[in-house]
Structure formats: structure tokens, C-alpha cells
Ligand binder design. Structure first.
Ligand code: PDD
Length: 296
């Protein structure tokens, strides 16, 4: 259900295989490989006012994820743009919204080897992005990265990520689990990680161990454009522990300052000066959308 601005429940309209229908009547087969195997990929695209943030980049990543699981892209870019625009039109209300796109391999007899004859299931929905209050920052835990080797693909099989966020919440009400492979930080369970020492900002380089976050890339670009700079470099546990500031980024959270890690304060234990600078630049960009490739 999408809550309208008046607080009354409006019927959410979703997209399913070519149709725009009320969420309650959107159903897929129990044999869908998304349901049986988690055999699918997805995207979450943030929309601020009428600005679809980094739309082309999100669609390009969807294409890469589909290629990564040997699935043909069911839609040309113009068709995806049309689906997103129509969905936004049919779900007015919130100022800031996210569009969720999902493609699964479709429904067919259960078998590990996927049949090439299946019709993919294409689903999309729109949700409000909740307002965030980062005055006190958020807390995180560190955890071994228990996921697989293809974390650059945005797959719907998110059980490890779900368990990691559950553990973070259970441990001390933390928002995020920051993941390490050995001594190397990869990313968060649903975010990318930045560390700040003095005014030096760094984030792990992109490889198969992390999702190429669209917000991450945007923040790197914005910091470089603002002459603050951002290095893409290996980050160790020691770097995390000694950081003056820690940030996590995602389409849903923007840039969130992590002020407690494993129960201890990060730096001064409050959102830092470099975060304030970076966030101001990001906030201005996300609504203004300079270079954001909005279709409207
Ligand atoms: N997840 N890393 C992981 C594992 C993620 O799941 C996400 C985002 C990110 C940040 O990517 P982006 O900046 O493109 O949102 C990094 C989305 C929001 C989700 O699963 O809901």
C-alpha cells in the first residue's frame, strides 16, 4: 500500500508482465524460479521529486546483472524508461519514491538447469522513500562477509544479506553490518562503505566482492568534482577502527554517517565535518539532478 500525503491509504499500482494492476491482484506462478530458486535480479532506483537519480546507470547495471545470470534483457532501455515513468505517474503522493525493478527467469518445471524457453517474469513497484534523520548518525557492526563470489551482480537471492542485517539489529539495534573478507572491507549488507581519515576519503575499489553502488559512484564523482577527492583503495579492519568518520551509501539511505561501530564511537561519535560537506553536495545534486540523465 502506498500512503498518500493525506495519510489515507491509496491502492498501489504495480507493473507485472506488461500490465499495470493493483498490487493485491498481481500474482505469479508458484513455479516461478524467483520463488523456487531466487533466480533473478533487481534494481532499486531513487526518485527525488521528478528527478530519477542516475537512471541510465541503474538501467545499465540491470543489464549487467541480467548478463551475469545468463538472462536476456526482456526490454530495451526506452521500454524500461516507459515502465518506470508510467508507474510513477500511477503512484502519485510521496515526494521521494523508489522504483523497484525485478526480472526472474520465469516459471517452469523445477530443475537446476534453466530452460532457455522460459518467459521471464518482469515486476516493478513504487514505494515512498522514508525521511532519514542522521543528526545522531547510525550504528553498525562488523561481520565476516558470508556471501558468495559474485557480489557485483544484484541478485534477488538475498538470504545472507537478510541474516546479516538481522544480526546487526539483534546485536545492538544496529542499522548495518559492515563486511570483511579476511582483513579486507568489502561493503555493507545493503550499502557501500567509505572511510575518512582527516580529510582523506577512501572506498574499496570495484570488483566481484561488492556491488558497484550507483550512490557510491555518484559520491566518488561528486567528491572529486568538489576537489575533496576520493581514493579507491583497499580498506582494512585497522582502517575502520582508526577512522575519523565512516559512511555507508545506498539509493535508499543516501550518505549515512556511521557514528558507532561494534558498540564503540567512530571518531567523536557524531556525524563528522567531512560528512556534512559531502552530504550537502549530495543533497543539492539529488534534487537538482545536474547530469542525472532524467528522461523528463
Ligand atoms: N541495495 N551493496 C549492496 C549489497 C546493496 O544491496 C546496495 C543497495 C548497495 C548500494 O547500491 P546503490 O547505491 O546502487 O543503491 C551496495 C538496495 C538499496 C536494496 O537492496 O534495497
Amino acid at each position: 500500500m502506498l500512503k498518500s500525503e493525506q495519510g489515507t491509504a491509496a491502492l498501489a499500482i504495480v507493473y507485472l508482465n506488461g500490465r499495470y494492476i493493483p498490487e493485491a491482484s498481481a500474482t505469479v506462478s508458484v513455479l516461478d524460479r524467483g520463488f523456487i530458486f531466487g533466480d533473478g535480479v533487481y534494481e532499486v532506483i531513487p526518485v527525488f521529486g521528478s528527478h530519477i537519480l542516475r537512471f541510465s546507470e541503474h538501467l545499465a547495471r540491470l543489464g549487467n546483472s541480467l548478463a551475469g545470470i545468463y538472462l536476456d534483457n526482456p526490454h530495451a532501455e526506452a521500454e524500461w524508461r516507459d515502465i518506470v515513468a508510467t508507474l510513477l505517474e500511477r503512484n502519485p503522493g510521496a515526494e521521494n519514491r523508489s522504483v523497484y525493478l525485478q526480472v526472474t527467469r520465469g516459471a517452469g518445471e523445477r530443475g537446476h538447469v534453466p530452460s532457455k524457453a522460459l518467459l521471464p517474469t518482469v515486476f516493478a513497484m513504487c514505494n515512498p522513500i522514508p525521511e532519514r534523520d542522521y543528526t545522531r548518525g547510525v550504528s553498525a557492526i562488523t561481520h565476516e562477509d558470508i556471501r558468495w563470489q559474485y557480489c557485483n551482480i544484484k541478485v534477488t537471492s538475498l538470504l545472507p544479506n537478510v541474516l546479516l542485517r538481522h544480526r546487526a539489529k539483534e546485536r545492538d539495534g544496529s542499522t548495518e553490518a559492515i563486511l570483511l573478507r579476511g582483513d579486507r572491507v568489502t561493503e555493507g549488507a545493503a550499502s557501500n562503505v567509505f572511510v575518512v581519515h582527516g580529510r582523506r576519503v577512501a572506498t574499496p575499489p570495484k570488483d566481484h566482492s561488492l556491488l558497484p553502488g550507483i550512490t557510491r559512484d555518484l559520491v566518488v564523482d561528486l567528491l572529486r568534482g568538489a576537489k575533496l577527492g576520493c581514493e579507491e583503495a583497499k580498506i582494512t579492519r585497522a582502517d575502520l577502527v582508526s577512522a575519523d568518520e565512516l559512511w555507508i551509501t545506498s539509493s535508499m539511505m543516501g550518505i549515512a554517517p556511521v557514528t558507532r561501530l561494534d558498540g564503540r564511537p567512530v571518531g567523536q561519535g557524531q556525524p563528522g565535518a567531512v560528512w556534512r560537506e559531502a552530504d550537502a553536495i549530495y543533497q543539492a545534486f539529488k534534487v537538482k539532478g545536474v547530469g542525472g540523465a532524467a528522461p523528463n
